[in-house]
Design a protein around this ligand. Structure first.
Ligand code: UT7
Length: 329
């Protein structure tokens, strides 16, 4: 039997809004301080999308940059997979909006909802499609406008989130490159710890849901923190185990950027020195599904991640969901 060919990353792109909201700006909105935010999360500023622009506008820009980087034309795409919890609409999908905006006339397009782990879920699906020879070119996007579902009166959450988009084009691997292993998991029993209760079909928008501020992110931060550390650590080790690779062999860890203390705990468990751990949370805050593709593109374009390097992606988010992907770039 022929061995199936995994997917590899052909190109990446990112787009972030120009408007910046600093911790000092937030001090004027809620009872918080730059010092508290930096010490407890590592965040210094976040980018916020201007009114009138949509998630798919920003994601289309990130996608065009990824396609250009990959040398792939939009009409060559077989699939567009968008990981987001802040879609343009409940339906139609944001993926379909992007398909129209970038002219990917031959692609099937759909969204996935796996919160901060969404990009890794998307990579895993793209890898399966390519291995099964159902696709030759897949665009995976992680894109969020979290500012639109942030409660700017709730200091326990509003200091954490930001907006951004990142994208990757995947195709069949060459040589020893490609996705060596991926691992995705979820546990719906814990969904209430991180949730936007309003706006779905359970609590559609009414005056009451708006008055109760149900259309915003609600998070039990301390509980989520504990689960995130454990699940990300386990997922990282699992992806390494599946590929028979040790953490010493890694060139770069790109973790979901939710809290620098979570990242430090995972890096320490994997015994990775600082220079092997990518951190940009200070610039963007937590951008959910966009955080890993934003970091991946930054790392590639700044030369931190080079062809042939071994890179481990790991994430945790609402659902709960978590996952990891080990990639030879
Ligand atoms: O991306 C998906 C996954 N998400 C995560 O992984 C996020 C996980 N959670 C976290 O990153 C952290 O729990 C937070 C950064 C959200 C919070 O840090 P913490 O160390 O867990 O703080 P806490 O919630 O235990 O709050 C400590 C204190 C409380 O005051 P008291 O009760 O000790 O008097 C809060 O009221 O800090 C207070 N506090 C704040 N103070 C100033 C909470 N938010 C703020 C704030 N500014 N913005």
């Amino acid at each position: 039997m022929c061995e199936s060919i995994p997917a590899m990353i052909l190109g990446t792109g990112r787009a972030v809004p120009d408007k910046i909201l600093t911790n000092h700006d937030l001090e004027k909105i809620v009872d918080t301080s730059d010092q508290w935010i930096k010490e407890r999360s590592g965040i210094e500023r976040r980018h916020i999308l201007e009114d009138g622009k949509t998630n798919s506008d920003l994601a289309s820009l990130a996608s065009q940059r990824a396609l250009e980087d990959a040398g792939v034309k939009p009409e060559e795409l077989d699939f567009i997979i968008v990981a987001t919890i802040t879609p343009d609409y409940t339906f139609p999908s944001t993926a379909a909006q992007i398909q129209a905006k970038i002219g990917a006339v031959n692609a099937a397009a759909f969204d996935i909802s796996a919160a901060c782990s969404g990009f890794i879920y998307g990579l895993s699906i793209a890898d399966s499609l390519i291995k099964a020879e159902l696709a030759n070119r897949v665009l995976v996007i992680g894109s969020e406008m979290l500012s639109r579902i942030t409660d700017w009166e709730d200091r326990s959450t509003c200091v954490l989130f930001g907006d951004g988009s990142g994208a990757a084009v995947l195709g069949p691997a060459e040589g020893n490159r490609g996705i060596l292993s991926s691992y995705i998991k979820s546990d719906g029993k814990l969904g209430n710890l991180l949730i936007m209760p309003g706006g779905g079909a359970t609590h559609p928008a009414t005056h009451e849901t708006v008055d109760k501020r149900m259309h915003y992110i609600k998070m039990e931060g301390r509980e989520v923190f504990k689960h995130a550390v454990r699940a990300m650590r386990d997922a990282a080790l699992h992806a390494l185990d599946l590929a028979g690779i040790t953490s010493e062999e890694l060139d770069l860890l790109i973790p979901h950027q939710a809290n620098v203390r979570i990242i430090d705990a995972i890096a320490s468990r994997l015994k990775l020195p600082d220079e092997k751990v990518y951190i940009n949370i200070q610039e963007y805050g937590n951008t959910s599904a966009a955080s890993i593709p934003l970091a991946l593109d930054e790392a590639r374009r700044t030369g931190k991640l080079k062809q042939g390097d071994l890179c481990l992606l790991v994430a945790f988010g609402g659902g709960f969901t978590w996952g990891s992907a080990l990639i030879r770039m």
